[in-house]
Ligand binder design. Structure first.
Ligand code: X8Z
Ligand code: ZN
Length: 605
């Protein structure tokens, strides 16, 4: 670590004046040094993070925090030094791009999406708080109001949310999980202070602006663009909300699920009401169609975790991607270990930035996890496609791309594909069956959109100071009502810290990426289907087996972050701009059906 700082200091002292023609220009030399320095600290910090997340103890938290603090210090040192090239015309476009990326460390692959304060004590504090918060979430358990019931972890409580239809059991699981984050509040407030101090030191208004500036356009334009995308899909969401609320009224009664009011947040089949597909069996419009119960088939056929991952790998292989390396199968965590605490929240890694691919999951045999396997593998194949680039380019064109790849592939998990792999026995019979299939998908994908938008809406307001710690919870629920139309099922107060009950808040992972991905993936899917020569309706397309689609995808993946994202977008889609047209086209049959169902009803909240 010390040697790196010495290296960085030496680089800082190097003259910026014109060098002799053959000599490497100073800016290129600086970038080479930066790549080498970052590789060294990031390989260490991500190795330590892997060990911590797969075995949470005081010691692994300590080591990960130490190495993360080193990485933060190195990165913020390099960022500050890069500023001296501001006034110099870069010696090549690649160097110019890497200098630009260094200015905003939140876009880079490894470590925390924050700028660290310059004071080493504060760097250490920030890294320690981050590891602590992540550990609190990972270890969270609910042992009943008296603390004497059998303790349940998030996985067990999520099972209740997914499968129970009993108001009180749902409420107990929901409220129980939301107790685990209460103690995070002061730590989180301190994290915000420290991260903002770092961001301001580099001239950003706050960490929220730093995050919004990571999209090859001014931060304000990015914010306006996400609002535009939300505006394109909101009418569709409102229809879905209207239909689902009416169905829930039938089950729980109008007193509990009133007209024109937000839906109680514990009734939607998911701890955060972020996707509603677990309600599908209840909401299925046309009964008597062939079963779409993939979870049932996985359980009945006794699929284990490895077989689910193999199925995902097989999809990518069918597109022409090389199989995953042997080390992937040796090093990944597929199931929850019984003998230690781990971070179960799914993630995909290239620990050494050299195609050392792994996923870390606690896979259960259900459809949601089968889709998540594809999501995570999308990250891994992306990482491998750009692993040969300088480490500063080793990331998605923007973070929404990274989240969209596996999901775009999973859109090809059609009933036809599922039948082919033995997870469904019969295809939907007619237009009614099609509406069933579409509703199931919309409950996963469209229900998610407002949640994906609001998480960072909250964080941006927190980072800017508009929402102070004393109003954290109130502001969270105001946004959840405004965007999602859901309400807490029991009274909340500022003794609660409900945002902390969602992984990405304590883990400090930006969330707008999932909103972008939820839109991008349909545009990607449409372009891949075109490459595969598909001529039918978009919702029936599966690119399984298409080498042409695989090549087109890989052409974009291998760019990593080396080009501004609109260029990468155009490589795959022909367009430099995202929009929701492909999503709306995909769901056209369902939208028409929902419009009829909800006509004349009291929608909205
Ligand atoms: O966090 C994830 C992935 C890891 S990048 C499992 N997702 C978001 C979430 O769980 O909230 C995927 C969908 C949205
Ligand atoms: Zn992801």
């Amino acid at each position: 670590m010390i040697s790196l700082l010495v290296l960085a200091t030496a680089l800082a002292a190097a003259p910026v004046t014109a060098a002799p023609a053959e000599a490497t220009p100073a800016d290129a030399l600086f970038i080479d040094g930066a790549n080498a320095a970052l590789r060294r600290v990031w390989v260490r910090s991500s190795s330590a993070d892997w060990v911590r997340q797969t075995n949470i103890t005081g010691d692994t938290e300590f080591l990960a925090a130490e190495l993360n603090a080193d990485a933060l210090a190195t990165l913020s040192g390099l960022t500050r030094q890069s500023l001296r090239f501001d006034t110099v015309r870069a010696s090549s476009p690649a160097v110019a791009r890497q200098l630009q990326l260094l200015r905003n460390p939140s876009v880079l692959a490894a470590g925390l999406p924050v700028v660290s304060p310059t004071d080493p004590a504060k760097q250490a504090e920030l890294a320690a708080i981050s590891a602590r918060l992540d550990g609190m979430y990972g270890k969270g358990k609910w042992c009943g109001a008296d603390g004497k019931q059998k303790c349940r972890d998030l996985g067990e409580l999520e099972e209740v949310m997914a499968s129970s239809r009993n108001w009180d059991a749902l409420l107990d699981a929901w409220a129980g999980w939301h107790t685990i984050s209460r103690e995070m509040r002061p730590l989180y407030a301190r994290l915000v202070e420290l991260a903002n101090e770092g961001a301001r030191g580099l001239g950003w208004k706050d960490t929220g602006e730093l995050w919004r500036a990571g999209y090859d356009m001014p931060a304000a334009d990015f914010e306006a663009d996400t609002d535009r995308l939300w505006g394109e899909v909101k009418p569709f969401y409102d229809q879905l909300h209207c239909y689902v609320r009416a169905e829930l009224q039938k089950r729980y009664g109008k007193e509990r699920v009133p007209d024109r009011k937000p839906i109680p947040a514990h009734l939607l089949g998911n701890m955060w009401a972020q996707s509603w597909d677990n309600l599908y069996a209840d909401l299925e419009p046309f009964k008597g169609q062939p079963s779409q119960d993939v979870t049932g088939a996985l359980v009945a056929q006794q699929w284990d975790a490895k077989r689910m991952v193999k199925l995902g790998e097989g999809f990518f292989s069918s597109l022409g991607f090389e199989p995953l390396p042997a080390s992937f199968w040796e090093r990944s965590q597929f199931v929850k270990p019984r003998d230690r605490e781990v971070v179960c929240h799914a993630s995909a890694w290239d620990v050494t930035f050299a195609a050392d691919l792994r996923i870390k999951m606690c896979i259960k045999p259900n459809e949601e996890d089968l889709v998540t396997v594809h999501h995570e593998l999308g990250h891994n194949y992306y990482q491998r496609a750009y692993a040969g680039l300088p480490i500063l380019f080793q990331n998605g064109a923007n973070d929404g791309f990274h989240e969209a790849i596996g999901d775009a592939i999973a859109l090809s998990i059609t009933p036809g594909y599922l039948k082919q792999v033995g997870l469904l026995t019969e295809l939907p019979r007619d237009d009614k069956g099609l509406i069933d299939v579409q509703l199931k998908r919309a409950l996963a994908k469209v229900a998610f959109l407002p949640f994906a938008k609001l998480v960072d809406q909250w964080r941006w307001d927190v980072f800017s100071g508009k929402v102070p710690p004393a109003r954290y919870n109130q502001a969270w629920w105001a946004l959840r009502e405004k965007y999602q139309g859901v309400a807490p099922p029991v009274a909340r107060s500022e003794a609660d810290f409900d945002p902390g009950a969602k992984y990405h808040i304590p883990a400090n992972v930006p969330y707008t990426r999932y909103f972008l991905a939820a839109i991008y993936q349909f545009q990607f899917h449409k372009s891949l289907c075109e490459a595969a020569g598909w001529k039918g309706p978009l919702h029936q397309c599966s690119i399984y087996g298409s080498k042409a689609a695989g090549k087109k995808l890989n052409d974009m993946l291998k760019l990593g972050m080396s080009k501004p994202w609109p260029e990468a977008y155009a490589v795959l889609t022909g367009s430099r701009k995202a929009d929701a047209k492909a999503l709306l086209e995909y769901f056209a049959p369902l939208r028409a059906w929902l419009a009829k169902q909800t006509a004349g009803r009291a929608c909205g909240w």
